[in-house]
Design a protein. Structure first.
Length: 461
């Protein structure tokens, strides 16, 4: 119930088939026998039925299901970070919660995109829906037109880093890499956040379709400047993100060169990366679906199309799609919000362009949370490159079992700094005792930690 309304209903209907893994990361399915539940001293079924009558059903409208207090908080925080240009990694236990988060965050990001564009364009907030969508379609077509000065300016700006001697090994892939970046740049979400739509020269040239050379040149220059200078909240410019993207692509290309001939024939890491970031849309009929189940907007010549800004991974996600989504998340492009059950909690790297993680659902073991956060704490992570911290959010619902879990896991985390390797067994009785005991003060915990630096032979013992 503390996770989402959807998880509550799904757990009631599918006993023991709600989570992908348990608190320790072990895949298992706990089946409960209804007869045992009926014999229980506490009438659990009766309480569940009463709660079920008070909360929205799975079939209720999205707005009603969005009223879940933690869901609202997590979605709003994710959208706020997205608006500031940051990627977000979200972990939860329940599959239905992951699905609900994807729906709600995707909807709110779309609304935020329309609202932001309307504000920059000076359009009344009550009119921006269909009007802004139509405008985005018109602008996207202009940015895609190879004869447009805006298209030429975008391509020229994105090519600059690739022309550096540092990326000489990628020159043969320049066309693919630049087209991928261009597909992202002309997406509504990028246009709304980074294009200077409020500038008169941009409005006149890009929005109103002016053909006067002086106006068009001024508008194109403003777009080029935005691509080079616009920063996210980590003070990372788009140009810097492109450079880091190319460094990772170069690393993958060199890895392919070092592979054994037989292995090289089987897979090309750089090509896998390119394929993961965007889908090449060949000419199709209008309305046809691709393998990602995204609607193709219209028929036409083949072109690169950016993927969705919000993606989800859970136990039933195939390994191939899971790997593609992880690779794409390790790029400056889509997806920008990745929601996962515990399946991505360890053994994977998601760090290159993300330094914000939200633990939507907590667990009793603080080391499990640390493992999840560790997906962003790697060599050459964004936090390291920007000299900013990895930011961890652990939301909970006050006055509920959610808050008790939060207090227990915080207290245990402090003790883990003192006593390492201890195995804890958790049940309702012990968790209640731990929740009610006086927490170990942070200053005391720090004073009890065994500091190995005191025995260092370096200049600063």
């Amino acid at each position: 119930m503390c996770s989402s309304f959807e998880a509550f209903h799904h757990t009631r209907e599918n006993r023991g088939d709600a989570r992908d893994v348990d608190d320790e990361g072990i895949e298992r399915e706990v089946k409960r026998v209804q007869a045992n539940r009926e014999k229980a001293i506490v009438p659990v079924s009766w309480y569940e039925e009463q709660i079920g009558k008070l909360i929205p059903s799975k079939a209720a409208p999205e707005k009603e299901r969005f009223l879940h207090p933690k869901m609202v908080a997590v979605v709003n925080r994710s959208v706020k970070l997205w608006l500031s240009g940051e990627k977000v990694l979200i972990f939860c236990f329940y599959r239905e919660t992951a699905k609900a988060l994807r729906v709600h965050i995707g909807r709110e990001i779309e609304l935020a995109t329309l609202k932001l564009a309307a504000e920059k364009l000076g359009i009344n907030s009550g009119e921006y829906g269909d009007r802004i969508r139509t405008w985005f379609e018109r602008v996207t077509r202009r940015l895609t037109d190879e004869n447009s000065p805006f298209h030429r300016e975008i391509i020229a700006t994105l090519r600059k880093p690739l022309e550096s001697e540092e990326f000489h090994s990628l020159h043969s892939r320049m066309g693919d890499l630049v087209n991928l970046l261009a597909a992202y740049v002309r997406s509504p979400s990028f246009i709304a956040r980074y294009f200077p739509l409020e500038l008169p020269e941009v409005r006149e040239a890009l929005l109103e379709g002016s053909t006067r050379a002086q106006v068009v040149r001024a508008g194109a220059t403003a777009l080029s400047r935005a691509l080079e200078e616009a920063m996210d909240s980590s003070a990372m410019t788009m140009q810097r993100r492109v450079q880091e993207f190319l460094r990772f692509a170069k690393e993958l290309g060199e890895r392919a060169q070092r592979s054994a001939p037989s292995e090289k024939e089987r897979r090309d890491p750089l090509q896998e990366y390119i394929d993961a970031i965007a889908v090449y849309v060949s000419p199709r009929k209008k309305g046809e679906k691709d393998e990602e189940d995204d609607m193709i907007p219209e028929a036409g010549s083949g072109s690169y199309r950016a993927l969705q800004p919000v993606r989800m991974v859970y136990g039933d996600t195939s390994r191939d799609i899971r790997n593609r989504i992880m690779l794409a998340f390790n790029s400056p492009m889509f997806p920008e919000v990745l929601i996962s059950s515990a399946v991505l909690g360890e053994g994977v790297d998601l760090h290159r362009f993300c330094r914000h993680v939200i633990h939507h659902d907590l667990c009793w073991n603080p080391s499990t949370l640390e493992q999840r956060t560790g997906r962003l704490d790697r060599i050459r992570c964004k936090a390291e490159l920007t000299h900013r911290p990895i930011v961890v959010y652990e939301p909970f619902i006050g006055g509920s079992a959610d808050e008790k879990m939060f207090r227990v896991v915080r207290d245990r985390e402090r003790w883990f700094q003192i006593v390492m390797g201890q195995k804890f067994e958790f049940d309702e009785a012990t968790s209640e005792q731990l929740a009610n005991r006086v927490p170990l003060p942070e200053d005391l915990a720090n004073s009890l930690v065994f500091n190995l630096r005191r025995f260092s032979k370096g200049p600063n013992p």
